[in-house]
Design a protein around this ligand. Structure first.
Ligand SMILES: [Zn+2]
Length: 225
């Protein structure tokens, strides 16, 4: 069962994120890029996100690599598979060895393995570890090349932008509560409108990802990113 992160831990993580952001800002335009390790309190938050103690693709325990694009944790073998997909599909980082940017850390804190795999399951794209046959394993890896995956990464990226705009980090629960409240208000205001108006409302949200069509509506209905 998922335990809500300690408020102090969220505050510490927020300070670390702010420091990281300021360091990047101060270094902008300078030729020397300093190595920024994944901040410690952020790492504790990351480990506490549901599903993150197992590789998102093969279910191996204690994954130490990440696909920043999807905010998910991977084992070293699966990180190799993701590298082969190319950086336009999946950007891979080592949690302990690589340098991390503010936005990359934020992506990890707002992503999560269970969230990603639940999303893929809803779109009939199960994790490769769900089956042992070669075709299923290949299909599991190729799920990152689908329109659904493109939708997910675009939405996560846009979500990160919105979280950044709201200033000091307040923890993933906060942004989900805000989103839920907004959705409730929207639902109430559209309740009495015609079917054509409801379709139009969805279309406005879906313009966030113009290159995909079908998956968007179900994801918006699922409300997980
Ligand atoms: Zn793995």
């Amino acid at each position: 069962m998922l335990v809500n992160p300690d408020t102090n831990l969220v505050h510490q993580a927020a300070r670390e994120l702010q420091e990281l952001h300021e360091l990047e800002h101060n270094q902008a335009g300078t030729p020397v890029n300093k190595h920024h390790r994944f901040p410690q309190s952020c790492l504790k938050l990351l480990r506490g996100i549901e599903g993150n103690l197992r590789c998102a693709d093969c279910d191996a325990t204690n994954p130490c690599w990440a696909t920043v694009t999807y905010g998910a944790m991977l084992c070293i073998d699966c990180s190799g598979s993701h590298r082969q997909l190319g950086v336009q599909i999946s950007v891979v980082r080592s949690i302990s060895m690589d340098s991390w940017s503010y936005c990359e850390v934020l992506s990890m804190l707002e992503g999560g393995n269970k969230q990603l795999n639940d999303f893929f399951m809803r779109h009939g794209l199960p994790s490769p570890h769900m089956s042992d046959d070669d075709d299923s394993i290949m299909a599991g890896r190729n799920r990152y090349k689908t329109n659904a995956a493109m939708f997910y990464r675009d939405n996560l990226s846009q979500h990160i932008g919105r979280v950044h705009q709201r200033g000091l980090y307040k923890g993933r629960d906060h942004y989900r509560k805000v989103k839920k409240a907004r959705r409730k208000i929207k639902k109430e205001t559209t309740k009495s409108t015609s079917h054509s108006n409801r379709t139009s409302t969805c279309a406005v949200e879906c313009t966030l990802s113009p290159s995909t069509s079908e998956p968007q509506l179900s994801v918006l209905a699922d409300k997980n990113i």
